[in-house]
Design a protein around this ligand. Sequence first.
Ligand code: KIV
Ligand code: NA
Length: 279
Amino acid sequence: RKKVTVPLLRAMHKRGDPITMITAHDFPSAHVADAAGMEVVLVGDSLAMVALGMEDTSEVLLEEMLLHCRSVARATKAAFTVGDLPMGSYEIAPTQALETAIRFVKEGRMQGVKLEGGKEMVPTIQKITAAGIPVLGHVGLTPQRQNALGGFRVQGKTSPGAMKILEDALAVQEAGCFAVVLEAVPAEVAAIITQKLSIPTIGIGAGNGCSGQVLVQVDMTGNFPPGRALARFVKQYGDVWAESFRAIETYRDEVKSRQYPAPEHTYPIKKEELDGFVE
Ligand code: KIV
Ligand code: NA
């Protein structure tokens, strides 16, 4: 498979080919995403919850993100890799953001970075892109600001709200983002924003009118304990938790009943080789 680059993503967008993106948080989750043909693999800060068991994304450390990025990078051969700048690692000043973005490239081995925010992030996006690091924008619902937004809720449900998201998306485009994530935005609003932009929009909970889609891998594969409430926009394509549970439970039962290991899982030795080993 051909290596995915920013120019390739641009060409896909130009010909109307939907861009597929998924999160990964370690070597195996990145390996399967790459093998299944994802064009972009995102090390989202959602790994705070899905891989580290934290309550929200505000807890994850830069060093933790970098560790996971490195493992994802080792498994990602064709997909374009993007790392999420965690809260606290980029908001203080454009120079802070650039330092962090450079660490994502040098230590995390990512090809691009993602950061949340609109107009107010313009100088930061300019600073990072001027250094040659591709930036993916993220507007609409921005989970790092959940305390200010009043939780995880759909954004742009009124004309002024929709206008703010459009202005933010245009601003990050002008600042140099190669694409922008639209999260939790009504489909009609996201479709109009997509038409008004010249860069691709990557939707999550933003309907079918975006230039591409992204989902959190553990959500869409069902790799989480039963009973977890999923956001409206998640389609669960698999039941990985149930399959892992079945496998581990069967292993437990077979150890308890001494069915496992069977002779075929055992290294043979010739009887005469045991001479003198025991009296
Ligand atoms: O952290 C994440 O996984 C994300 C995607 C859902 C866009 O930001
Ligand atoms: Na994120």
